[in-house]
Design a protein around this ligand. Structure first.
Ligand code: TGC
Ligand code: FAD
Length: 392
């Protein structure tokens, strides 16, 4: 049975959006429907990132969309969030690619870079001609990145970097890596460095055997005596706060993106339940237990939309705090994963087949729950904010 996405709006959510916001959302939705939906199951099966969409997404203005200047679209945070929702309705891996390129590679150059670095990198990254990645996590330091071992040593007018990064989205397809390292000459202060990935000593190897985010490239990075000019240091970085500021941008987008995945699962389950008949030739939607699941899903999606929108409106006024963004990321990813599991259940045996998008979303969301700060790390961030007590 072919199921076509119809959009999800229980509580006139659209009436809370401006015409411009709806236009951005609808344009991205159409792009995903026309270009990603027809190929995504094949990409997922093959473990292939749809690289052919990199340029068309640039033409649509999706890279660095909330940045101003350098050819970027200058969208509001709400518009950017709606873009993320639509991308992740297609696939979390494609949203990941855009999130990392925009929020974790372009944003640090924009926020912490010199004028020359911005002029060199941002216009070509906006056009999708150069791809970025973000190396914070290491094999022994995930939730606690402050413990990182990667080091940058000053040698004349150069830095020499050594270390290992792990689980890096787009690592092997990136032209530039934003690498976070402890600067030995600054008492191990954490700084950000721009590393062109063709420099001697830089190696990226893909991680295979993933059951999740199969349409996204995930790599490990090795830096062995990688020499860069001192002008590749991002001058305004200083301390763990700098990469965490980038994470705030990306986590904000995930708070919206997860809604897209949940909408895809809910809408698929609803349509399936009206079509599929069991017992007395009645659609399974007529059984109370199935209705209870659909009710849970639409209620939680609606609450998640309102949460994401309020955080977006605050962000547009520069009032969103990290704990607000943590609440949106934590709640909305959890909600989406629960929706995906319930939708899988409603589809019965068909729920495990890639004729439907549900299992793929469910498997993807397991990663989304872990990356950008695990569910439990965000629990502790919110806990710290309300109690004042650090429980990490
Ligand atoms: P802590 O002492 O709490 O903080 C250090 C400084 O940073 C400030 N800060 C933030 N600033 C901006 N945004 C945030 N979200 C911030 N969180 C904290 C903080 O105020 C402090 O400032 P200052 O001025 O006092 O120095 O640092 P900690 O070492 O105790 O760590 C806190 C903790 C555990 C919350 C942090 O380490 C953390 O968030 N861990 C999770 C790591 C993580 O999220 N990694 C993600 C890697 S990238 C990724 O996953 C990409 S996935 C692909 C995709 O996006 O699709
Ligand atoms: P750990 O930190 O080892 O955590 C394991 C478990 O312990 C979790 O349940 C966690 O919540 C729990 N835990 C840890 N500390 C505490 C505590 N204090 N209290 C209670 N529970 C705790 N990283 C990048 O830098 N760049 C990327 O582009 C990137 N892309 C990724 C793409 C994918 C597909 C995945 C899966 C990961 C990616 N990551 C990336 C890494 C991601 O950010 C980390 O996996 C994440 O931060 C968690 O780290 P970890 O896997 O080492 O788990």
């Amino acid at each position: 049975m072919a199921i076509k996405f119809r959009g999800v709006d229980f509580l006139e959510f659209d009436s809370l959006l401006t015409d411009e916001e709806r236009l951005v959302r609808d344009t991205t939705r159409k792009f995903i429907e026309d270009n990603l939906i027809p190929i995504i199951e094949e990409c997922n099966r093959a473990g292939r990132f749809p690289k052919e969409l990199v340029k068309p997404m640039a033409d649509l203005g999706l890279y660095g969309a909330s940045l101003k200047g350098y050819g970027c679209a200058g969208m509001s945070n709400v518009e950017y969030g709606l873009v993320m929702q639509e991308l992740e309705r297609g696939d979390s891996g494609v949203r990941s690619f855009v999130s990392v390129h925009s929020s974790l590679a372009m944003y640090p150059i924009y926020a912490f870079g010199s004028d020359e670095q911005k002029q060199t990198w941002l216009p070509v990254m906006q056009k999708g001609e150069k791809i970025g990645c973000f190396g914070l996590t290491e094999p022994d330091f995930g939730s606690n990145p402050g413990g990182m071992r990667t080091r940058a040593k000053k040698s004349g007018k150069e830095y020499i970097l050594n270390g290992e990064k792990m689980w890096i989205t787009s690592g092997s397809i990136a032209d530039v890596a934003i690498i976070w390292a402890k600067a030995e000459d600054e008492d191990n202060n954490i700084r950000g460095f721009l590393i062109e990935t063709d420099r001697p000593g830089f190696r990226a190897e893909d991680i295979h055997g993933k059951w999740s985010l199969r349409a996204s490239v995930t790599s490990s990075l090795s830096l062995q005596d990688v020499r860069i000019p001192e002008s590749n240091l991002l001058p305004k970085t200083g301390g763990l706060k700098s990469p965490l500021m980038c994470l705030s941008q990306a986590r904000y987008g995930i708070g919206w993106g997860a809604i897209g995945a949940a909408m895809a699962c809910y809408d698929c389950a609803l349509q399936y339940s009206l079509f599929r008949k069991q017992f007395r030739d009645q659609p399974i939607a007529s059984h109370q237990l199935v209705q209870e699941k659909l009710t849970w899903m639409i209620s939680e999606i609606t609450k998640a939309q309102l949460l994401a929108l309020q955080v977006g409106r605050l962000k547009d006024k520069d009032k969103a705090r990290p704990q607000h963004i943590s609440m949106s990321k934590r709640n909305n990813v959890w909600m989406a994963l629960e929706c995906a599991r319930m939708a899988r259940d409603i589809l019965g045996a068909n729920g495990i087949a890639d004729e439907y998008p549900v299992f793929r979303h469910m498997a993807n969301l397991e990663s989304v729950k872990t990356y950008e700060g695990t569910h439990d790390i965000h629990t502790l961030i919110i806990g710290q904010s309300v109690t004042g007590i650090d429980a990490f």
